[in-house]
Design a binder for this molecule. Sequence first.
Ligand code: PEP
Ligand code: MG
Length: 324
Amino acid sequence: LFRGLEELRDKPCVTTDGVRVSLLVNTGLMTDVVRSLSHGAEGIGLYRTEVPFMINERFPSEQEQREYYREQLEAFAPSDVTMRTLDIGGDKALTYFPISEENPFLGWRGIRVTLDHPEIFLVQVRAMLKASEGLNNLRIMLPMISNVSEVEESLHLIYRVYHEVREEGYDIHMPKVGVMIEIPAAVYQVRELSNRVDFLSVGSNDLTQYLLAVDRNNPRVASLYHSFHPAVLQALVKVVDDAHAVGTPVSICGELAGDPGGAVLLMAMGYDALSMNAANLPKVKSVIRSIDSLWARKLLDDVLDLDSPHVIRSCVDLALRDAG
Ligand code: PEP
Ligand code: MG
């Protein structure tokens, strides 16, 4: 079976009736990159920059960051590499930058931290831009956006660094900038956000957690954490419809994209790209290559009429099993 999946590596991810969807990977360490290339990923949809920060004992310097980023960009050039600015707080802690709060998931996290500490953001963006010299495949993505003003402030800082780095003589291009849709408020601001950025990417892990008010890491409520919940599916449909209505590309980079049933529904919704852990990529590609897009659309319409996450899950699993 594994050999069969390996043979898929160079084949396109396309349904039997010719609908194409890009398969990207989520990375953190270089080991993820190596595995991703061998599994045929078309680019990096989410590089979690906090991972190299978490394995360090202090903030990595601009030069160290530049080396981490260059490795990721070079490995995938000329394909796009989407680098997310630091997403610490919540469940992601840095020993050398402790954050202690009663409700960390509702607290100082992601863009909130880095806009309060622009020196962290500026060094990171500077390192990304310098790392992209001569490659032109960098995209920058902002995590935990709940207000348009956070995007404006971030863009202002990114432009500033871009001009400074160019003036220093680096041959760089202005990267595309995008935001994560992972806070319910952002679902209702897709048009406003799209006016300001080049792309959107749904973080279904956090979006599920925040829509359902279920801590994604708390085993006591794990049975309530369900990305096939009808409210989550409706939100996912709304995001892609609103984004495409104004011509903004939208991908998804939460775990749901790496679940074959989830991937089929997301493709049917119209997501342009699915980004997942490399280990899931061959499975997802194999399923998408075996189905017809109209069949997937019908399955999506059927499950959108259901009201139980468990029934939706079984319905999708059964349909995929019947489809072989
Ligand atoms: C998400 O929230 O779905 C996501 C991709 O980001 P993370 O899992 O790193 O929070
Ligand atoms: Mg997230």
